[in-house]
Design a protein around this ligand. Sequence first.
Ligand code: ADP
Length: 473
Amino acid sequence: MKLLREKCFIDGAWVGSDDTIAVLDPYDQSVLGTVPALSANQASKAIAAAREASASWGATTAATRASILRKMHGWVLENLEPLAQLVTAESGKPIKESRGEVRYSASFLSWFAGEAERAYGRIVPASRAGRQIQVVMQPVGPCAVITPWNFPSAMIARKVAPAIAAGCTVVCKPAEITPYSGLVWGVIAEECGLPRGVLNIVTGDPVSIGRTLTGSPIIRKVTFTGSTKVGKLLMADSAATMKRVSFELGGNAPFIVCNDASVDAAVEHAMAAKFRNAGQTCVAANRFFIHEDCHDEFVTKMVAATSKLTVGSGHEEATDVGPLINKQGAAKVRRLLSAAVDAGAEVVGGIIPENGATLIGPVVATGVTNEMPLAREEIFGPVVAIQKFADVDDVIQKANDTNYGLAAYACTHNQERIAKFSAELEYGMVGFNTGLMSTAEAPFGGLKESGLGREGGQEGIGEYLSAKYVCLQ
Ligand code: ADP
């Protein structure tokens, strides 16, 4: 079965359009194919389909929804290799990481199958005699799901699985740069018996489709992963119809190494937190704060570890770091690094990438300060930007000195420090002695301008449910 689909999936049918968008391979810029640039009118048909299917899907039993999600979980795992190839083709991600991403996608399907069956309401003891207070959990209704290119499969799974579990219907718009890992969810829906209209996938101009979705009174919720800038636009556009929103936006993760930590272990965690998807993740370690006692050892070992990474095409099994998504992404990395060097930072490993290159080798820079754009903006590239610190209070202040608040990491086994970092780091997620913490059973999300709402965990399904108070006298 062909998994690369060049049509949109609306109301259970594959739909094309006259206008199309070309999809490029980030490695060599060759054209992989095209996808429809749907008109606003065509996007509205997807919204109508989601409305049409909403009542009957919302009325299915939790057992039915769980059973379909379990089928989807099995199907995704059975087709892991071709799905991973699709992710690598359009995102450039190393194939071994793409396999991990598809497995991660599957984990949300099984987790939310379980949550569908545990989305209990409750009966509250009433203060008035002869009264029963019921709290009934109902699906929010048709949802707009807008997703980015850096995890083109998983960001859809993380939203679509809880929506389906809760009894919501969906119009999903994957990123136009990586649409195929999104459109393939139409195949998954067909193969696993999801009723038509429950999941619709549309592609096209983001502004036009975005406005159609946010402007529609039928859509009751918008869930988005992407830049803070677009998140703010979508939130403003959703205000007119007072939609529910959940947003997972940018990050500026601190990675703190204390002087009690094992430097070898810290380097291992740092590599994991930095180099996944060539640093193009919202939870990527963006600012490394290393205690002065172990700073030089950490730098030496980090340079040695990064020099062993294989940079190349994502299709090669040996590749650790694939190309950045496009030339604009690479130009940003170059700009941030050049500005840092001009302001006094030093490149101690790797080189500042050449103009126009999307394949960027790892770079290690020391002498970075929190005021440099390299520390203020999300790098989204394979750059280890290192600052030195001496005092725990000072490093917490610096780590919190950002508008973002998604993930933070710290390497320490000192219980007092762990308690202090847990309490005082203004982040939605704090990982100790690990560089990888995201998992389906934990609530993922941010504070401040990193977003609203949580994906995964017990909290994840709540974003798609509305509590109705029923008073029986
Ligand atoms: P990034 O900077 O990581 O590419 P974006 O926020 O630009 O992230 O994109 C994430 C998603 O948001 C993609 O699906 C993209 O098509 C969509 N998008 C971008 N601009 C808009 C917009 N103005 N309205 C709605 N969606 C948009």
